[in-house]
Design a protein. Structure first.
Length: 176
């Protein structure tokens, strides 16, 4: 099954950043992340087996830190190979988060035949995926002109979600 580990966000963060984007429909078509689905992805698994779930849970527990602070610094975007914007996000900053992900991934490497995306971790809160860009320059301007308020929160739980491309459901949550 497709699955991912993610940090949960508090309601204040979700409320503040959910409706922050003001992108004209003539500039781009967006698929916004619903408020209840907002999170920070830590590890993405392409295909895990049912019997690996308990092993993943054990390694999450073994690597769980004390609660730590995450600062949301600004709004930004990722681009595709054509330099078109394809994901709009809020940048999440935390040395503890970087350290935690490094430890977590190292612990997950102890699980035999577990495959996960090992790309460099870029901590962020996805706001929207860009389905179609009509004016990339204008889209960049809209993003840069977004009225952004930096916030922070204390990360204190991680959840494993099952993902089926359209929706995702909680498998387990660990509080730390």
């Amino acid at each position: 099954m497709r699955a991912f580990l993610a940090l949960n966000l508090n309601q204040e963060i979700k409320n503040k950043y959910f409706d922050i984007l003001r992108i004209n429909e003539n500039t781009a078509e967006l698929k916004k992340v619903s408020k209840d689905k907002m999170h920070i992805t830590l590890v993405f698994f392409d295909n895990i087996k049912e019997e690996q779930i308990e092993l993943i849970k054990k390694e999450v527990i073994n690597s769980s830190p004390s609660p730590f602070n995450i600062n949301f610094e600004n709004i930004s975007y990722f681009t595709n190979k054509f330099k078109d914007i394809n994901v709009i996000f809020v940048k999440a900053i935390s040395d503890e988060l970087k350290s935690y992900v490094k430890t977590l991934r190292s612990n997950l490497d102890n699980i035999e035949n577990l495959k996960y995306d090992k790309k460099d971790f870029k901590s962020h809160l996805t706001l929207a995926r860009v389905k179609k860009v009509y004016d990339n320059k204008k889209l960049k301007e809209n993003i840069e002109e977004t009225d952004f308020t930096p916030l922070s929160f204390i990360a204190n739980s991680i959840t494993l979600y099952k993902s089926d491309f359209v929706n995702y459901t909680e498998i387990f949550t660990i509080n730390f």
